[in-house]
Design a protein around this ligand. Structure first.
Ligand SMILES: Nc1nc2c(ncn2[C@@H]2O[C@H](COP(=O)(O)OP(=O)(O)OP(=O)(O)O)[C@@H](O)[C@H]2O)c(=O)[nH]1
Ligand SMILES: [Mg+2]
Length: 296
């Protein structure tokens, strides 16, 4: 049999572990993850290359109902990501399966491609406890297969991959086979900085942040990066900077280390904090930050 290649969309509620699963399947850190909901904002391709197949996983923003323009952009990304794919994986969090998940699943009742339901974080519970819910899910006859996984413990990841390969058509790879994402190093740096902000800052603040790379100079031995942390208001700005700049420093050091790992080079990272009032509803700022509906 010839080479197989195709696209698999990974969708579901926020925080269920979509990006963690994509990273686990691809075997590289393609997409940032965090315990806070709405971490992923863009459509991100994670490319798994094997000798006889290439799977392009489409990581998506969690399905949500935020009423900002950024929220609309994210919903549009998720919506469009499921068109023209060879399979769809709907991810559920084993401990938090509910009405929202059923709604997402039911939207795909009449879709013309194989649909998989992945119950992730299974190591936090067990099959017996899950049985009543799994039995209920099993009533959806249009689902090709139910799989329980753990991205943390790598449970059933290879099995899931094998099932997905079955759904791919024969064809040439869509991307060079040494590439694991469609995103630029610049984009990945921006996301790494945001991941650290998500990690260190408390609840509401990270959702009001965006990162803008203002300078990216790779011409010397050291990569020089200037980036703005864009925030909604002055109160958040002072929290992000922290006492004597301690918070900003912590985010910066931690991001620099990961960027050095990513690029294999020394990095000089200068972070600034900028207030752009209500940026999440400002079309021109959103467009500068790469959240433009026409680009989806
Ligand atoms: N215990 C456990 N936690 C997991 C597992 N997979 C992911 N997580 C955690 O769940 C949280 C959310 O993971 P993400 O991969 O960011 O989830 P997501 O669905 O991409 O979230 P959004 O991008 O916000 O929609 C993170 O804290 C992960 O570390 C798992 O298998 N087991
Ligand atoms: Mg994500």
């Amino acid at each position: 049999m010839g080479f197989k290649s195709g696209f698999v969309a990974v969708i579901g509620k926020p925080n269920v572990g979509k990006s963690s699963l994509v990273n686990c399947l691809v075997g590289e850190k393609v997409s940032i993850t965090s315990p806070k909901a709405q971490t992923t904002r863009n459509r991100i391709f994670g490319i798994k290359n094997a000798l006889d197949y290439q799977i392009v996983f489409v990581d998506t923003p969690g399905v949500q109902h935020t009423k900002t323009k950024l929220g609309e952009y994210m919903s549009a990304v998720t919506e469009k990501s499921t068109a023209d794919v060879d399979a769809i994986v709907i991810v559920l969090d084993a401990l938090r399966i509910g009405q929202e998940d059923y709604k997402i699943i039911e939207k795909f009742a009449n879709v013309n491609c194989p649909i998989f339901i992945v119950v992730n974080k299974i190591e936090l519970t067990n099959y017996e406890k899950m049985y009543p819910i799994l039995a209920k899910l099993n009533e959806y006859k249009f689902i090709k297969k139910f799989i329980t996984t753990s991205a943390y413990r790598r449970i059933n990841i290879d099995e899931l991959e094998n099932d997905l390969v079955e759904c791919l058509p024969e064809g040439e790879p869509f991307y060079p086979t040494d590439q694991y994402t469609d995103k630029s190093v610049r984009f990945m740096c921006q996301e790494i900085i945001r991941e650290k902000a998500l990690l260190y800052l408390q609840e509401e603040i990270p959702h009001g942040l965006a990162i803008e790379i203002r300078g990216f100079d790779e011409s010397g031995d050291v990569i020089k990066i200037d980036a703005d942390i864009v925030t909604e208001n002055a109160r958040h700005k002072s929290i992000i900077i922290g006492a004597n700049g301690a918070m900003l420093k912590q985010i910066g050091i931690s991001a620099r280390k990961d960027i050095e790992k990513l690029t294999g080079q020394k990095v000089m990272l200068d972070l600034f904090v900028k207030v752009k009032k209500d940026w999440k509803d400002d079309s021109s700022v959103l467009s500068d930050l790469g959240f433009s509906k026409k680009d989806i």
